[in-house]
Every structure is written in structure tokens, then in C-alpha cells.
Ligand binder design. Structure first.
Ligand code: HEC
Length: 101
């Protein structure tokens, strides 16, 4: 853990990576665990998300899961941001960076 240094791609078209990372750690982490290892919600590490495609993850984030605590994020996040988070969850890129900020 923590030995892999991930360089997030920085492109004009990329959403603000550090801002989104903070959102995932703080907002998603409040239910899914600060290291995304699970809490009220299930763990969101690549192992647990293996069965879901990036598109399936994006759909869950966009609309939430009815009748569970998982809220919809489509009013708070753009389509581009939802996609970015889905890809990073799937690849584990958010977990490989030990910088807490
Ligand atoms: C208020 C608590 C809460 C918050 C905040 C929250 N989630 Fe969830 N999430 C859940 C719960 C509970 C589930 C399980 C739903 C179910 O039973 O299918 C879930 C399920 C998921 C799943 C499906 C996981 C799987 O293996 O099926 C994904 C992906 C997910 N959440 C991503 C996110 C992301 C990304 C954020 C932040 C933008 C977030 N969640 C914020 C509670 C939360």
C-alpha cells in the first residue's frame, strides 16, 4: 500500500483532479470509508468493482441506488466528473496517492 506513485493526467479537458479526489475521500468516504474500504456502503476498491463496468459505476453514481443510502449525484457532479470518478475508482488511482490533501 502506498508504494505506487500515480501521476494523474493533467489536461485542459480534465476535471479538477484534486478537488474531485477530496470529494471522493470526504463525501463518498463518509459512507464508503476514507480508504474506500467500506463502511455504511460497500468497499469501492478495484477488487470489489471488478464485476462492474465504468459505465455501470457511472450509472450508480449518477442515479444512486433506490431504497438504499446511496444518493444520486447528478445534480452535484457533471457527466464528465462522474465519468472521471468512475474511471479512477475502477483503476484504483485515487487509492495509490498517499497525499491526504
Ligand atoms: C449516505 C451514504 C453514501 C454516500 C455519501 C455515498 N454512497 Fe455509494 N453507496 C452507499 C450504499 C449504502 C451503497 C450500497 C447500495 C446497495 O445496497 O446496492 C452504495 C453503493 C455504491 C456503489 C456500488 C458498489 C457496488 O459494489 O455495488 C458505488 C459505485 C458507489 N456507491 C459510489 C459512490 C460514490 C462515487 C460516492 C461519492 C460521489 C458515493 N457512493 C457516496 C452509500 C453512500
Amino acid at each position: 500500500m502506498g508504494s505506487v506513485v500515480t501521476v494523474l493526467p493533467v489536461q485542459a479537458s480534465e476535471p479538477d483532479a484534486s478537488e474531485l479526489r477530496n470529494l471522493v475521500v470526504q463525501d463518498c468516504g463518509s459512507c464508503h470509508g476514507l480508504r474506500l474500504g467500506g463502511g455504511l456502503g460497500p468497499a469501492l476498491r478495484p477488487e470489489e468493482l471488478e464485476r462492474l463496468s465504468v459505465e455501470a459505476i457511472a450509472t450508480i453514481i449518477r442515479h444512486g441506488t433506490p431504497d438504499t443510502a446511496m444518493p444520486p449525484w447528478k445534480d452535484l457532479l457533471s457527466e464528465h466528473e462522474i465519468r472521471w470518478i468512475s474511471e479512477k475508482l475502477k483503476s484504483g488511482a485515487l487509492l495509490n496517492n498517499d497525499d491526504p490533501r
